[in-house]
Ligand binder design. Structure first.
Ligand SMILES: Cc1cc2nc3c(=O)[nH]c(=O)nc-3n(C[C@H](O)[C@H](O)[C@H](O)COP(=O)(O)OP(=O)(O)OC[C@H]3O[C@@H](n4cnc5c(N)ncnc54)[C@H](O)[C@@H]3O)c2cc1C
Length: 397
């Protein structure tokens, strides 16, 4: 009999399903739309491999808690435009491909679902660029990465901190030919509500096939959610929808933490003991002349000697500077999210209400929101947006 392990600490990384020697585990959505392991007890031999491998039961520890921090910008402006911040991820991934390796990362499919894929060409890296604010499905990528690593091929594996911890638990050892990259991550939201958001928007915009969560057409400091009818339209910057975090329903729900995975509220992987070689995050302002050009900069934490050596080999492709005041920026459990008090009702509503009713209740496009949206746009049009952000930054920090 299949039984769903709907356990609060499960991060959904899928290490258990990848590891099960009997293939008795499938990752299926729970009532909130997050993937959880479903065990077929008619096949399961209770060997305990799944519990041993689960990072929720016992996270992999590295002892690497003495990082160096760097600010990084890819030298190619187009790559930087398509990336969330400075395009450091692409620079790392390109070097792995140049070494004959493969890269695993999260892509947005044409059906607008998010899943991990493996690519072996520099052109293929384009679909990894930009953060997808939806939990990505790992599938059998850990099995595939292990196969490549054992054969001696270079592998770059990128993902959220829980996914990278799950990878290490799955592999049970480090490899010299593995470059593991995680991101600063507050939480991941549910694919179920994202599907609802997509349906809601499609009724107004037609057949959208590409969504960018941090589009830079208005600059890095005014990143916006953008929708495109095709990937080609995206490359031509020909959008059919654009709204900022003050008004887009998805960004507002994501940033509020209301639709995040339950395990994100107690995440043990966000802290300063990382198993990855690199942790990538946004840096909004450096105040270093020549860096704050509003095109985006990645803050890169390097946790290992292997990472430092690898970073040195990227110098031709990136602008880079050590940035010691950035150490531990974003790498802090306290930066996480809290459980929404009406969470249970929200997910009941996600099943029972129409798309329109659901978003009207939880992220309504009200008069106040419209005023905020118009004012922000106007401030940007008048060329005052960066100054306003700068003042806000000084006040907050
Ligand atoms: C869900 C999520 C939340 C984040 N929250 C923060 C934050 O609060 N503060 C902060 O400073 N930075 C955050 N980041 C990281 C940041 O947005 C950038 O990813 C980082 O700055 C790297 O940017 P880049 O320009 O170097 O590369 P990009 O080209 O933007 O790199 C994208 C990388 O992120 C991976 N990725 C994208 N979406 C997902 C996903 N859904 N699941 C797993 N991996 C994914 C890709 O595989 C690729 O490795 C978050 C990223 C994600 C995915």
């Amino acid at each position: 009999m299949p039984s769903l392990v709907d356990w609060n600490n499960c991060c959904g990384c899928g290490a258990c399903a990848n590891k099960c020697p009997k293939n008795a585990i499938r990752m299926l959505p729970n009532h909130e739309g997050f993937l959880h392991p479903v065990i077929d007890s008619s096949i399961c031999v209770e060997c305990g491999a799944c519990e041993k491998i689960c990072p929720g039961f016992s996270p992999a520890k590295s002892g690497n808690n003495n990082p160096k921090a760097f600010i990084v910008q890819h030298k190619d402006d187009d790559i930087r435009f398509q990336s969330t911040s400075g395009g450091a991820f692409t620079a790392i991934a390109e070097e792995v491909i140049r070494r004959g390796g493969v890269v695993f990362g999260a892509v947005m499919t044409e059906e607008l679902t998010v899943r991990h894929e493996c690519v072996d060409s520099i052109a293929g890296l384009a679909r990894f660029r930009n953060s997808k604010y939806v939990q990505s499905e790992i599938g059998d990528c850990f099995i595939e990465a292990n196969r490549r690593l054992v054969s001696g091929q270079w592998v770059c594996f990128s993902g959220t901190p829980c996914q990278i911890n799950g990878l290490y638990k799955y592999l049970e050892k480090d490899y010299d030919n593995l470059i593991a990259v995680d991101v600063v991550c507050k939480s991941v939201p549910t694919p179920h509500v994202f599907k609802k958001y997509v349906e809601y928007k499609k009724t107004k915009e037609g057949d959208v096939t590409d969504v960018v969560f941090r589009d830079k057409k208005r600059g890095f400091l005014y990143c916006t959610m953008a929708h495109y009818l095709s990937h080609e339209n995206r490359l031509l910057r020909n959008d059919c929808y654009r709204r900022g975090s003050e008004s887009d329903e998805w960004l507002r729900l994501f940033l509020s933490g209301k639709i995040s995975r339950r395990s994100c509220t107690t995440c043990p992987f966000q802290g300063s003991d990382r198993v990855s070689d690199f942790t990538l995050g946004d840096i909004w302002e450096t105040n270093i002349p020549g860096w704050d050009d509003n095109k985006g900069t990645t803050l890169v934490h390097v946790w290992t000697e292997k990472g430092i050596k690898f970073l040195n080999s990227l110098k031709g492709e990136v602008k880079i500077e050590e940035y010691s005041q950035g150490i531990y920026k974003g790498i802090n459990r306290k930066c996480g999210i809290e459980l929404f008090k009406d969470r249970k009702q929200l997910f009941i509503d996600a099943h029972n209400l129409s798309d329109q009713e659901f978003f009207a209740k939880y992220a309504s496009y009200s008069f106040v929101v419209k005023v905020k949206q118009k004012s922000r746009f106007l401030i940007w049009k008048c060329g005052l947006h960066n100054m306003v952000r700068h003042i806000k930054h000084i006040l907050i920090h």
